[in-house]
Each structure stands twice: as structure tokens, then as C-alpha cells.
Write a protein that binds this ligand. Structure first.
Ligand SMILES: Cc1cc2nc3c(=O)[nH]c(=O)nc-3n(C[C@H](O)[C@H](O)[C@H](O)COP(=O)(O)OP(=O)(O)OC[C@H]3O[C@@H](n4cnc5c(N)ncnc54)[C@H](O)[C@@H]3O)c2cc1C
Length: 367
């Protein structure tokens, strides 16, 4: 075999897997269709280190987010990756929201997230400029520079990286797989690998199909999230990430406030299903909806403060309602041993990346 391990996709998750597997395997190749690492979902997100609050009990999302939270802080501290433990408030306004806040608190603490209830006075002390009647304080929520993080993972792994090279075919062979790739020059070549990891983000369902897996459960739908920046110095009026309570019928976390490492303030992401991956255009007409979504808890924001900033696309498993769990499958059961498919790695995938990588290693060890 040419390689022991080949990982398709140089996003945060693919590079975390390279880092973790490098502890057990000598020759690892990471293959990426773009001209650099961290150009897919990992480059278009809130860069929040989540605490593990919202996810269903006993789900992979809940478990791996809580584990990944500790692992990512530890990794960033050791490797000098820019990050900040900003902390976060989830704010309620009025009785009906306070009931939802209590449910979020119960769910989060069951998941193992460290959380504290704050009275109005306590919350106002932290954030004097917001409207709030009570809040949850999350001390372990933070932000990270996802590009530096992905680069540090790849560098620390010592894996070989090939850019501008797209995987276009996969054939099962005795003892492994033949991977057929097309370079940016349109030239095709192939190589062999014992272990194949599909960490292709928005295209992971297509890679599974190349392996002969036509499982409907793996089909992805694309859910865009837009962000609007908040201008005119209003970023100075908040000190941390601020989220509204999640409404029961809502598919995301609600338009909320995130901060960049440079201190810029942005609102988002919203939730919009689109038919095709990689359409990042933002309609300026959404300004009103973003304003409406935050005006109850951010009274200082005015519609003129908002400008379209960027968008990202979530790889949602198409045949599930609400928030389906991560799929991390070693495919011996489909007669494809040493193939690992990672499908539907949406939020909190960045936070969970090192914990996801540990699951991949465990699954490969038990083949
Ligand atoms: C709007 C939004 C907000 C989010 N906010 C957060 C957050 O605050 N915190 C958090 O923890 N998570 C967040 N997430 C989730 C997080 O960003 C993702 O879970 C994570 O980045 C996924 O990483 P990945 O490596 O799986 O995918 P990607 O970063 O997309 O990497 C996959 C790579 O595979 C490559 N590829 C695809 N097909 C091929 C092929 N055929 N051949 C070669 N290469 C290929 C792609 O080019 C891409 O670079 C958010 C996601 C979105 C969309």
C-alpha cells in the first residue's frame, strides 16, 4: 500500500483526525480539492468553542462537545493557537422565556456543561446594556481562530498534504482501497491506502457514494447561515457572547451575538435551506429580520448598524427532523473495512473535532 491512512478533506475535522491518528500510524496523507487548508465549512462559522449545552442527552454531539471543549482549550494553550475564553450568556426576557431557560439549564447540566443561573441584577452587572430578566452563564464558552487551529493540527500531525486534488473515484482492493484523484491540471492518477477516512464536509455523502454506499440516511441537505456585522462602535457595548433562549420550533440556536478575536461583533447565523452547496450570497433584504430577531435583548442595536458579512453552510442529514446526531461509521458492516465515513458534521463539529478524532481512532483499532 502507498499509504497507511488517507484522509479526504483538510478541514478542522480532517486535520484533527490526522493529528490523532499520527499517534498510531506512520504514513498519513491528507487530500484536499481546494488550494489551501480550512477553506470549507471550517472557514465559515462562528468559531465558538461550545460548552455542550443544547444537544440531546446521550447523543454524540453532547458527549463529544463536552469532551472536545476541554481538548481544544488544552491543544490551543499548548500550541499557541489564538483563542479566548470569552464566556457566554443565554438571556431570557419574561416568564415564557424563563421556562425555556430552565429547560436549557437542565439539559446542559445533564450533558456535563458547567452552567450557573444568574438573576437580573447579576446578569446586568456583567452586561449592563442588554435587556434581561434572568440568564444562564457559561464559563467554558469561548472563541478560536479556526484557521490557525486547523494549521496547528496538520503541522503537529506530520501528515503529508496534497492540495488542489479532488477525489473522483474509490475502488475496494484486497487489504485496502485504490483512490482515484484529479489534479487542478485535470490529470488523473491513483494510489492505494489501507485506511480511508471520509471527512469531506459538504461532499461527504458524495464520497460515500463513490465507495458504493447508496444509503439514503447519508444524504445531505444544505442549510445556509448568514451573518451581519454590527458597526458604529456598538461592539463596545457587549463583553461576551450573548444568545437568546432557543425557541422550541427553531432549527438553529437563534440569531445571537458572537465576537471575533479582534473584538468585532456580529449577529447570526440564521437558518435557510438552499438547494446547492457553496452558494454564499447574502440578501441585504434580511437586515430587517436580523434586527427584529435581536431587538428584544439588544436595545442598543439599530437597523443602520447592520451590514451583510459572510455566510456558512451546514451539512444537514436530509432525512431527519430537527438536529440529527453526527454520523461516524466504520463500514466493516457494509463489507468496507477500514473505511470511516463522517457525515453531517455540523455544529458543534469545530469544538468536537479532537473528540471526534478519538472516536475515529477507537473504531479503527477495533476493526
Ligand atoms: C454557519 C455555521 C456556524 C457554525 N458555528 C460553529 C461554532 O461556532 N462552533 C462549532 O464548534 N462548530 C460550528 N459549526 C460547525 C463547524 O464549522 C463544522 O462542524 C466543521 O468546521 C466541519 O469541519 P469539516 O472538516 O468536517 O468540514 P470542512 O471544513 O468543510 O472540510 C471538508 C473539506 O473536504 C474537502 N473536500 C470535499 N470534497 C472533496 C473531494 N472530493 N476531494 C478532496 N477534498 C474534498 C473540502 O474542500 C473541505 O475543505 C458551524 C457551521 C456553520 C455552517
Amino acid at each position: 500500500m502507498d499509504y497507511e491512512v488517507t484522509i479526504i478533506g483538510a478541514g478542522a475535522v480532517g486535520c484533527a483526525i490526522a493529528y490523532e491518528l499520527s499517534k498510531n500510524y506512520a504514513s498519513i496523507l491528507v487530500i484536499e480539492k481546494e488550494d489551501g487548508i480550512c477553506k470549507g465549512i471550517s472557514s465559515r462559522n462562528s468559531e465558538v468553542i461550545h460548552a455542550g449545552i443544547y444537544y440531546a442527552e446521550n447523543s454524540l454531539k453532547a458527549k463529544l462537545c463536552v469532551e472536545g471543549n476541554a481538548l481544544i482549550y488544552d491543544f490551543c494553550e499548548k500550541k499557541g493557537v489564538p483563542h479566548k475564553r470569552t464566556t457566554k450568556l443565554i438571556v431570557a426576557n419574561g416568564n415564557s422565556e424563563e421556562i425555556l431557560l430552565e429547560e436549557i439549564f437542565k439539559k446542559g447540566t445533564k450533558n456535563g456543561a458547567e452552567l450557573r443561573f444568574l438573576t437580573q441584577v447579576e446578569a446586568k452587572k456583567l452586561e449592563p446594556n442588554i435587556n434581561v430578566t434572568s440568564a444562564i452563564f457559561s464559563p467554558n464558552t469561548g472563541i478560536v481562530d479556526s484557521h490557525s487551529y486547523t494549521q496547528a493540527l496538520l503541522t503537529s500531525s506530520g501528515a503529508e498534504l496534497v492540495l488542489r486534488t479532488k477525489v473522483v473515484g474509490i475502488e475496494k482492493k484486497s487489504g485496502g482501497y485504490r483512490v482515484i484523484v484529479r489534479e487542478h491540471t485535470s490529470e488523473e492518477f491513483s494510489f492505494t491506502t489501507k485506511i480511508l477516512v471520509n471527512s469531506a464536509g459538504l461532499y461527504s455523502d458524495e464520497i460515500a457514494k463513490l465507495c458504493g454506499i447508496e444509503e439514503a440516511n447519508y444524504t445531505l441537505a444544505f442549510c445556509k447561515g448568514d451573518y451581519f456585522s454590527v458597526q458604529n462602535g456598538k461592539n463596545k457595548l457587549v463583553n461576551r457572547l450573548i444568545y437568546p433562549v432557543v425557541k422550541k420550533d427553531f432549527k438553529g440556536l437563534g440569531v445571537h451575538v458572537t465576537l471575533s478575536l479582534g473584538g468585532e461583533m456580529r449577529l447570526g447565523p440564521d437558518v435557510e435551506f438552499i438547494s446547492k452547496a457553496e452558494n454564499y450570497s447574502i440578501s441585504p433584504n434580511k437586515k430587517q429580520a436580523f434586527y427584529e430577531a435581536v431587538k428584544s435583548f439588544l436595545p442598543f442595536v439599530e437597523i443602520e448598524d447592520l451590514s451583510p458579512e459572510m455566510s456558512g453552510i451546514r451539512p444537514k442529514l436530509a432525512f431527519y427532523e430537527g438536529s440529527p446526531d453526527f454520523v461516524i461509521n466504520e463500514e466493516s458492516g457494509k463489507n468496507l473495512p477500514n473505511l470511516v465515513n463522517l457525515i453531517g458534521i455540523e455544529s458543534p463539529g469545530l469544538t468536537s473535532s479532537l473528540a471526534i478524532a478519538k472516536v475515529v481512532l477507537q473504531k479503527l483499532k477495533s476493526v
